[in-house]
Design a protein around this ligand. Structure first.
Ligand code: NAD
Length: 302
């Protein structure tokens, strides 16, 4: 077997174009372009690149980008107050605080300032809870047409997991009854993705740093997702022949950006696999734009 390479860049470009089209078509009803506030704290180079890419993508989709950059040393109370002001500002539709926040900032306290309807990252407890209860899911995440009667969005789904679901859907992967194994249980990726796969009727296993036999668990997977942050942790020989492999990992090494999966050997066994870069990464930004459009609709309908 030699795997089909799942082209995240192409799928993301298509989603972004559809968001741009919807934004243009709804300018009159929205009264102004959708507006996304980004808050970047500290000097982590990767975070700076991510935020710059998000802002550029906003502008290309006709979304206004409002950016705040703060020193890591800023008083934590000041950061909390800024996010609170953005939340109260009717001209701001979505708020994205780039994670991870440097010490001593408390991400939970900062996120608590964001209303669920402005939480385009889907990280607040209300949105995470709605997803965990199966009350929101993939259909909301990619709601690119307005709801009938201008009804506001039901909730926000985290961007990276909904991007993974979109890649699986576009690749025609059958999830109903499939064995899905996720390596990683973070609130940003592993947990919300488990809820989405469960909602799609997959049988879901979530592995983590204390999992006893990672190799054997991965070998059961029809759909294997790695979201760990350890280069090449998932070996090609753990991949069941014919499985679909989604690599969320983004690791900077001397050889450049690599994922959490040993790509070459995994691609010999998988039926389809995402590359790093060019797989899941571009989808995260595309889904952020979709969430911002939905947040703008919810904001103006208030
Ligand atoms: P995290 O550090 O919050 O979580 C990592 C998870 O991996 C933890 O749940 C931990 O239990 C598990 N883990 C650690 N070591 C393990 C091991 N040896 N065996 C099994 N499980 C182990 O990371 P995260 O925020 O979920 O990110 C994971 C990776 O995905 C990172 O490389 C990150 O850069 C990348 N990422 C990519 C995108 C994207 O847009 N593509 C978005 C978010 C994160």
């Amino acid at each position: 077997l030699t795997a089909t390479i799942i082209d995240g860049k192409a799928v993301a470009a298509d989603v972004r174009a559809r968001v741009a089209e919807a934004v243009a078509a709804e300018l009159d009803s929205l009264g102004r372009p959708p507006a996304l506030a980004t808050v970047l704290v500290g000097s982590d180079p990767a975070s700076h690149v991510y935020v710059a890419n998000k802002r550029k993508a906003c502008e290309q989709a006709g979304i206004r980008s409002i950016h705040h950059e703060l020193d890591a040393e800023i008083d934590p109370e000041e950061l909390i107050a800024l996010v609170g002001r953005l939340d109260a500002d009717p001209g701001v539709d979505g708020i994205l605080v780039q994670m991870p926040l440097p010490a001593p900032h408390d991400a939970e306290r900062v996120l608590a300032e964001i209303s669920p309807r402005k939480d385009v990252d889907g990280l607040t407890p209300v949105n995470a809870g709605l997803l965990a209860q199966g009350k929101i899911g993939v259909s909301e995440a990619l709601e690119l047409a307005p709801r009938p009667g201008g009804e506001p969005a039901a909730g926000m789904v985290a961007c990276t997991p909904s991007g993974v679901m979109e890649l699986l859907a576009r690749s025609g992967v059958e999830l109903e009854g499939a064995e899905a194994v996720i390596v990683g249980r973070s609130t940003l990726v592993g947990r919300p993705l488990a809820s989405l796969l469960l909602a799609a009727n997959a049988t879901v296993t979530v592995c983590h740093s204390r999992t006893r036999d990672l190799a054997a668990t991965c070998a059961r997977a029809d759909v294997l997702v790695a979201a760990v942050g350890v280069p090449g942790l998932v070996k090609g020989e753990w991949v069941k022949p014919g499985a679909v492999v989604i690599d969320v990992g983004i690791n900077r090494t001397d050889e450049g950006l690599v994922g959490d999966v040993e790509f070459g050997s995994a691609a010999e066994r998988a039926v389809a696999i995402t590359p790093v870069p060019g797989g899941v990464g571009p989808m995260t930004i595309a889904m952020l734009l979709a969430n911002t459009l939905r947040a703008a609709r919810a904001n103006v309908s208030r």
